[in-house]
Design a protein around this ligand. Structure first.
Ligand SMILES: *Cc1c(COP(=O)(O)O)cnc(C)c1O
Length: 810
């Protein structure tokens, strides 16, 4: 939008007065932040309304992205950037003696997600809006998002995330768009005009109330919507008759039990628990969402038989799978369609993304529990399954075992991924290797049955947040060398490679990195009290703490390096700062033990005078989007060391690459595509390949004790875990020790140990040639354009949704 500095000053002062009922000079930073947020919302309001008006004409396919998680982080800065008023606004505020960055720091992260899956959904929203796709996000407005992590005495302590404590300036409550969601009860059959109808009776109804957040496209006057559902009781807040009968407490209890449904995000990443409350959450999202989509479509004059031509419904992992039977229920019970027509519409509307092959993440619901909570939905799933198994029977006559493996319902459970494959027209993986594993291993029988449904869509990240916003100095360097084109068209970053011949450009790159490292060093000092050397290699592993991501492998090599320094205080190494951050699921014992280990190593090494300035270890608290934005631009080395085949894609690998870090990679997930993009000379690869890993799983042959006995360095670091080196309590790290040895670690950390250390020594050598190193960093930046989520969204739009870009005269 076009706006002058003076207009912003005037509007801002007026808005402040209106909101807070006092003069600007008397305000605090939180009030000033809220004022700016409201002003941004005001500036985007016209475009928001006109975008929705345009969508109501049904000229463009509407994409609904259903996800139990949206990890948005902060919205202020990116909204200003996308509106195109960030700089003008900064200047305007300066005249009012206000520092924009201070206001940005007042914003609480919107942390309604666990990690990669939720952050992907957030990047997709930004990319859909910025590339002119009519794409809406549907999710849940958890009162408490992902818990806040504090590290106390080296241990993780979970604190409730009260992100709604101060007002959320971005949302608008849309009471008139509420939907009723029904649980429990029974289903009765009625015959009306010779037609059988199923009627859901004696149910418990709750009210799903949406809150809308504007998703502002990058300088294109388009504003999409993120709609988050919150739950309320349908009855009046205060029931006087119940109060008079002395039943007030009871009605309060009821209110609490209803509101529990949207109270808190489940903090498990890649793990499924089978809890009733979680099933209620999933159905809340899906039922409110699908009713809302159908109602919107009909009120815009849409013909229900052509629904799939105007609507695409995408389900992010299996969590919103019930969208399939819920859409069937509405089409049949409420719209009166026949099964066959409803099925065709449903299948061609719905598409599904698989995010993981970890067995513990695969959702399956106990039939008895499910049937009791959602009786009509269960009937529909049963019918879907019956018709599908009949089809299987005709294709694979007599193959009982195969059919029972492929069945949607089996062993007393409903298998959500199977329902997705059968009920949708597209199943995608999130990186090349991951999709190949789905096709040839995990879902190979389904792939033979429906080969055309399977496809790959390699993940991406929005370069607006993960480059332009989080690394303004690098952005300036890029603008001054290759122009501004990359901001709209990120693949233009490739032109940067030409400029790397110029040694002044490489020097500028090095200086930008150093400044970013200094800034992070300050943050580390302020939050952890640890002094780190900005001239050391910043070696970073930040992500959820999980055995498959192998933070323990990282710990072991730091322990080994420490041993080498103790053995030889003159060891010639480039100083390094090891930076960790990440949350463990509260019930994940081993992950919590890993956090303790990292902090013990940090304590031990940072305080050993023999180590001096050579190495430092830091674990930063409460990893979240706003912290990632500070860490990513300051990293030299990006640790992406998951056991090959286990990390479906990864996205932090892309964030780091785009900011010029070198990747230390196993050939897993999107690391493979990063290697293909930058060439083998600009990435460091180590460890088992996919074939070797599958061979271990299939034929055995991994023996952790053998490695321990044969490799003295492995033996020594493993013993260090239990000999008091890192804790006076020798039992403290037994869980990690035992999982790696006695339980013969299913993630093969010890197998990759030596290869990992050699690769790290290679980094040490490479970094000494700073010109060469900066060249590598520059190539990584130049080749990162394809990892913009704009590319990913374009592939979804054309390859899955059949959604065109919108051109409007505005
Ligand atoms: C990008 C991101 C992730 C995903 O990181 P991976 O290393 O790909 O698992 C998780 N959490 C936050 C806060 C992120 O920004």
């Amino acid at each position: 939008m076009l706006i002058t500095k003076n207009k912003i000053i005037e509007d801002y002062k007026e808005k402040f007065l209106e909101l807070h009922g006092k003069e600007l000079v008397d305000g605090n930073n939180l009030q000033k932040y809220e004022t700016l947020g409201e002003l941004v919302k005001k500036y985007s309001a016209k475009d928001w309304a006109s975008t929705n008006k345009e969508y109501s004409k049904l000229k463009n396919k509407q994409v609904y992205y259903l996800s139990m998680e949206f990890l948005l982080g902060r919205l202020l800065d990116n909204s200003l950037l996308n509106l195109g008023i960030r700089e003008t606004c900064e200047e305007a505020l300066k005249e009012l003696n206000i520092d924009l960055h201070e206001l940005e720091d007042m914003e609480q992260d919107q942390g309604l997600g666990n990690g990669g899956l939720g952050r992907l959904a957030a990047c997709f929203l930004d990319s859909m809006a910025s590339t002119n796709i009519a794409g809406h996000g549907f999710g849940i407005r958890y009162k408490y998002g992902f818990f806040e992590q504090q590290i106390i005495d080296g241990k993780q302590v979970e604190v409730a995330d009260t992100w709604l404590k101060s007002r959320n300036v971005w949302e608008i409550k849309k009471t008139d768009k509420s939907e009723i969601v029904k649980f429990y009860g029974k289903v009765e059959m009625e015959v009306k005009k010779g037609k059988v109808k199923f009627v859901h009776k004696d149910y418990e109804a709750v009210l799903a109330v949406p809150y809308d957040t504007p998703i502002i496209g990058y300088k294109n006057n388009l504003v999409n919507t993120l709609r988050l559902w919150s739950v309320e009781t349908i009855c009046k807040e205060f029931d006087f008759s119940a109060f008079a009968r002395g039943e007030f407490i009871k009605s309060q209890e009821y209110k609490n039990s209803v509101e529990a449904i949207s109270l808190v995000l489940y903090p498990e990443d890649s793990f499924y628990e089978g809890k009733l409350l979680r099933l209620k959450q999933e159905y809340l999202l899906v039922s409110a969402g699908i009713q809302n989509i159908v109602n919107e479509y009909k009120s815009n004059g849409g013909n229900i038989s052509l629904f799939n031509e105007s609507v695409a419904i995408h389900i992010n992992d299996t969590h919103p799978t019930l969208a399939i039977p819920e859409l069937m229920r509405i089409l049949i019970d409420e719209e009166g369609l026949e099964w066959e027509e409803a099925w065709e519409i449903t299948q061609s509307s719905v598409s599904y993304t698989n995010h993981t092959i970890l067995a513990e993440a695969l959702e399956k619901w106990e039939v008895d529990m499910f049937k009791n909570l959602l009786p009509r939905v269960y009937m529909i799933i049963e019918e879907i399954n019956q018709r599908y198994c009949k089809e299987l029977w005709s294709i694979y006559p007599g193959e009982w075992d195969k059919i029972s493996r492929m069945s949607i319902i089996g062993d007393g459970y409903i298998r959500m991924a199977s329902l997705d494959i059968v009920g949708s027209h597209s199943v995608n993986g999130v990186a090349k290797l991951h999709t190949e594993i789905l096709k040839n291993q995990e879902m190979s029988e389904f792939y033979s049955l429906y080969p055309s449904k399977f496809n790959n869509k390699t993940n991406g990240i929005t370069h607006r947040r993960w480059l332009i916003k989080c690394n303004p100095e690098l952005t300036e360097l890029l603008k001054s060398t290759i122009g501004e084109g990359f901001m709209k068209k990120p693949t233009d970053l490739k032109m940067f490679q030409e400029h790397l011949k110029d040694s002044s450009v490489k020097l500028a790159l090095a200086n930008i990195k150093l400044e970013n490292k200094k800034r992070l060093s300050k943050e580390i000092y302020n939050t952890k009290g640890i002094m780190v050397n900005p001239n050391s290699i910043f070696d970073v592993q930040v992500k959820r703490i999980h055995a498959y991501k192998r933070q323990t492998l990282n710990c072991l090599r730091i322990m080994d390096l420490y041993n080498r320094i103790i053995d030889n205080p003159n060891l010639d190494i480039v100083p390094r700062t090891f930076i960790f951050a990440g949350k463990a699921a509260p019930g994940y014992y081993l992950a919590k033990n890993t956090i303790e280990l990292i902090n013990s190593i940090s304590n031990k090494i940072n305080n050993d005078y023999r180590v001096g300035d050579k190495i430092k270890v830091v674990m930063m608290d409460n990893y979240r989007v706003s912290l990632a934005e500070k860490i990513v631009p300051a990293a030299d080395l990006s640790e992406q060391i998951s056991t090959t085949t286990k990390e479906a894609s990864g996205t932090s690998n892309m964030k780091f690459m785009m900011n010029g870090a070198i990747t230390m990679a196993t050939l897993d997930g999107a690391n493979i595509e990063i290697k293909d993009a930058v060439g083998p000379e600009n990435i460091i690869v180590f460890g088992l390949n996919a074939k070797e890993v599958f061979n271990y799983y299939k034929n055995g042959g991994y023996n952790a004790w053998d490695i321990y006995n044969k490799d003295s360095r492995v033996k020594r670091v493993m013993n260090n875990l239990i000999d008091g080196t890192y804790s006076a309590d020798k039992e403290r790290f037994k869980p990690i020790y035992e999982s790696l040895l006695n339980y013969n670690d299913e993630f093969f950390a010890l197998r990759d140990f030596n290869d990992y250390i050699d690769a790290q020594d290679k980094v040490d050598k490479l970094y000494r040639d700073l010109d060469k190193w900066q060249e590598m960093c520059g190539v990584n930046i130049a080749k990162s354009g394809i990892f913009s989520s704009d590319r990913t969204i374009n592939e979804y739009a054309t390859g899955i949704w059949g959604a065109n870009t919108i051109y409007r005269n505005l």
